[in-house]
Design a protein around this ligand. Structure first.
Ligand SMILES: [Zn+2]
Length: 119
């Protein structure tokens, strides 16, 4: 009962290699040197410096089918997207509340002005 296998550990250590699959390119707007995981090829990202929307180039010889993500990765991205969505929803709610407040203040001020003009 001592034949323990360590094959899984070997496979896991492969992820520690230097990734020369990363895509390196310059932002066409501000010239900032950008590095992105190869799975970002062909996607639109926001430049970390100027914030503009930038199209990530697809490296020569790379097939778009190489970009297929494993289901775990897709789920992770889905969760992250949903969290961001919820955050944005909360901001919208808070802005809506502020807008309502400002509208009420505006109406109240209008009434004061109207009263002042009537006298
Ligand atoms: Zn930029």
């Amino acid at each position: 009962m001592s034949d323990v296998e360590n094959k899984e550990a070997e496979v896991a250590s492969e992820g520690a290699e230097i990734r020369d699959t990363d895509i390196v390119f310059d932002c066409p707007i501000c010239g900032k040197n950008l590095v992105i995981d190869y799975r970002g090829a062909g996607l639109q990202i926001n430049c970390s410096q100027c914030g503009e929307s930038v199209l990530v180039p697809i490296p020569d010889g790379m097939q778009l089918t190489d970009l297929d993500l494993d289901p775990g990765e897709i789920l992770k991205q889905l969760f992250a997207t949903r969290r961001n969505y919820q955050k944005a929803e909360m901001q919208i709610q808070s802005l809506k509340a502020k807008l309502t407040q400002m509208q009420e203040t505006f109406i109240a001020l209008q009434e004061v002005v109207a009263e002042g003009l009537a006298e």
